[in-house]
Design a protein around this ligand. Structure first.
Ligand code: 5GP
Length: 259
């Protein structure tokens, strides 16, 4: 038996070589980081839930014609994805003021924005992912104008679709982060949605109570982060009713029993 090759290890996920050329296996960890990894911890069962939630959302997006890297879920913590060349830009879409927008511009958290904002951040941990403008993207050649048009169009489509999906289950989609990649076919590449969509990279507020159902529970030491992720999965219909508190996988089970 040969051990599979690790391609990349990030803060919340690991990428392994896939079974065929052009594929990778994306493994979801329970590890949680915030503030550019200055705060570290773990959320029990997060990897299992994010794998499932992201599978669900990417499958639905594929069905409405948004191309994604998702191929299929392999097991509780892993999914098969298409290998792409990641565009080094984090795309943040905002519907409601929160987080860094509120801090930067002094706009009260929870203020509905009169129009959706798309922001770009340069993916560079050493620099703390600085916010950038289209001008920087063009100047440094991080993506072409045509690619940026595709990225912005897809970000808006994803936002419209997800805002409706979450509104239908009583959740306000405040903001979220997307990543895109280039899928190469011979000498041509096209932009597809990559990474994941889960409560790790979205702000999701309960519409009735305003309660946060996302990673801000961890970032802001609010507690109950595992329950919040479970609640999102439950409302999406991904956890059988009454089983929301069941043991999610063996890893979690063993840790709970101290083994
Ligand atoms: P903010 O700029 O307000 O901190 O984040 C805006 C949105 O993008 C939030 O939903 C946040 O979860 C997401 N986001 C921004 N940067 C990152 C990142 O590096 N990792 C993750 N997981 N989410 C991010």
């Amino acid at each position: 038996m040969s051990r599979r090759r690790l391609v990349y290890e990030g803060k919340a996920k690991i990428l392994y070589e896939g079974p065929e050329p052009g594929t990778l296996i994306q493994y979801f960890k329970d590890d949680a980081t915030a503030f550019n990894a200055q705060k570290k911890g773990s959320i029990a069962g997060k990897g299992v839930l994010n794998n499932r939630i992201s599978e669900h959302i990417f499958t639905l997006l594929g069905q409405i014609g948004v191309p994604t890297h998702f191929v299929r879920r392999l097991n509780m913590r892993e999914q098969l994805i298409r290998q792409v060349e990641i565009v080094p830009i984090e795309v943040v879409v905002r519907n409601v003021a929160a987080g860094s927008l509120s801090t930067r511009l002094g706009i009260e958290e929870g203020t509905q924005l009169p129009r959706t904002i798309i922001e770009y951040y340069y993916k560079d941990d050493a620099l703390g992912d600085p916010m950038i403008a289209d001008e920087h993207i063009a100047c440094f050649g991080w993506a072409s104008q045509e690619e940026m048009n595709d990225i912005a169009d897809m970000a808006i489509r994803v936002n419209d679709f997800l805002s409706g999906l979450f509104a239908g289950i009583g959740i306000r989609l405040v903001d979220f982060k997307l990543e895109f990649g280039r899928l190469w076919e011979n000498d041509y590449s096209r932009i597809i949605l990559a990474d994941e969509i889960s409560p790790d990279g979205c702000r999701l507020w309960d519409m009735a109570s305003g309660e946060k159902l996302d990673k801000d529970r961890f970032r802001r030491d609010l507690g109950g982060e595992a329950e919040a992720y479970q609640e999102v999965a439950r409302r999406l219909g991904l956890l059988p009713e009454g089983e929301a508190n069941m043991v999610l996988d063996l890893d979690t089970h063993r840790k709970k029993r101290g083994k």
